[in-house]
Design a protein around this ligand. Structure first.
Ligand code: AHM
Ligand code: MG
Length: 344
């Protein structure tokens, strides 16, 4: 009853994602509708993946990855499946000239032989981030990042089109498959969040103009790695735990970047995946995870750093490059950077 009423309210009052995309198309500098079509395609793929993610708990009934299910279909791991769905949707609609995915070794050129092919965008995607959480029914996400190609339209897409610094992103976002499914994205004009009404398969604008609180009381880091962290990170963690005004902070770590980021953006907090003595650049990927999340963070008034400088200004050297990541409320990231600087 309560749910119905709030769902009905959302339908009456709130714009759908489709309406929002059309209304905001003109604010985009080079708009020919291509970017709108692209976001629409992501919206569609998100619904398909959402449907699959929601079925994950039925895996014992439907068959595990690698097995053949009752309908004779071969079951795929969900991250592989999500990768296929996003790729298929983008390829079939012929709206991008190339795709790079965390799940693929190389980038995928699309129709690069076709002289008529005028598409100018490349998409980089982490199809199902935090996928180890699926087995235990915890939220996962999809992260996407969109650039204009830098090589001439009509020519084959090259690695250089993908290896652009994050400041060049024209759009980025994520889908969070949580207690409800949301699509959150930016085209460089703020961050907006849309919640899926699963009954009718429509995303509604539920979180307009999302803003990071300037500071917060949540820190998110895998503290199991503590002894391997650089001294600056260790000191900052101790600072978070100190008894002082609004401290000790609360520790919250899901181990699912999208979910940790989403919570921190709403409540105020910092997410950290530092380098360690075991992983010299941390774990997260610059192109598929850090750049899009950093773009969203900045657009929401937050900050994203590698501990010393702005994530979005890093010139990538390779597709699957990793980078230490500190992201969240502006004052908290600045504080963490000040601890890092002591040992620079
Ligand atoms: P994945 O791309 O293999 O899913 O790894 C990325 C995930 C992030 O979502 C999460 O924040 C991090 O890995 C957790 O790593 P750890 O288990 O080392 O704390
Ligand atoms: Mg990932």
């Amino acid at each position: 009853m309560g749910t119905n009423t709030s769902q009905e309210r959302m339908q009456k009052k709130n714009k759908t994602l489709g309406e929002f995309i059309i209304e905001n198309q003109t604010e985009f500098q080079y708009s020919t509708g291509e970017l709108s079509k692209l976001i629409n395609a992501i919206r569609l793929a998100a619904k398909v993946v959402n449907h699959e993610v929601n079925k994950a708990g039925l895996v014992d009934i439907l068959g595990a990855a690698g097995e053949t299910n009752i309908q004779g279909e071969n079951q795929q791991k969900l991250d592989v499946l999500a990768n296929e769905k996003f790729k298929q949707t983008l390829q079939n609609r012929e709206i991008v000239c190339g795709i790079a995915s965390e799940e693929e070794d190389e980038f995928i050129p699309i129709n690069s032989q076709d002289e008529q092919h005028q598409n100018k965008y490349v998409v980089l995607i982490d199809p199902l981030d935090g996928s180890s959480n699926i087995d235990v029914n915890v939220s996962v996400g999809t992260i996407f990042s969109i650039y204009r190609r830098i090589t001439p339209i009509g020519s084959p897409v090259t690695l250089a089109d993908f290896l652009q610094p994050g400041v060049n992103q024209v759009a980025a976002g994520y889908i969070i498959y949580g207690t409800s499914t949301m699509l959150v994205y930016t085209t460089g004009h703020g961050v907006n969040g849309f919640t899926l009404n699963p009954a009718i398969g429509t995303f509604y604008l539920s979180h307009p103009n999302m803003q990071f609180p300037d500071t917060g009381t949540i820190y998110s880091v895998n503290e199991g790695n503590y002894i391997h962290f650089p001294q600056g990170v260790k000191d900052y963690i101790k600072y978070c735990q100190m008894e002082e005004e609004d401290r000790p902070y609360t520790s919250r770590y899901i181990g699912s970047l999208v979910s940790d980021f989403h919570r921190n953006m709403i409540k105020g907090g910092i997410y950290m995946y530092p380098k360690s003595s075991k992983a010299s650049n941390g774990k997260l990927r610059l192109l598929y995870e850090c750049n899009p999340i950093a773009f969203l963070a900045e657009q929401a008034g937050g900050k994203a750093s590698d501990g010393y400088g702005r994530i979005l200004e890093i010139q990538p050297g390779e597709l699957h490059q990793r980078v230490p990541f500190f992201c969240g409320s502006r004052k908290m990231v600045e504080k963490a950077e000040s601890f890092m600087a002591r040992y620079a």
